[in-house]
Design a protein. Structure first.
Length: 74
């Protein structure tokens, strides 16, 4: 539980530093993208802190390219 609180605390600090600058410069699109990426990162970090298995992007690539490789290599 302390790990989750730490992750949320760090995310809050990041928000407090970055959001005012983006709002001041009226970068609404950048703020949206920043918020989405931060939310994904926080979600994955919390899942990992709770001991959940996070899928590796290489697994998806192997799933797609292994049949193609097997076809050509034989």
């Amino acid at each position: 539980m302390m790990k989750v609180i730490g992750i949320l605390l760090i995310a809050t600090i990041i928000l407090m530093i970055e959001v005012p600058q983006l709002m001041e410069k009226k970068h609404k699109k950048e703020l949206l993208v920043f918020s989405i990426i931060l939310a994904i990162g926080v979600g994955l970090s919390i899942a990992q802190a709770l001991g959940k298995t996070i899928p590796n992007p290489m697994d998806l690539l192997n799933l797609v390219y292994k049949p193609i490789n097997d076809f050509f290599v034989g």
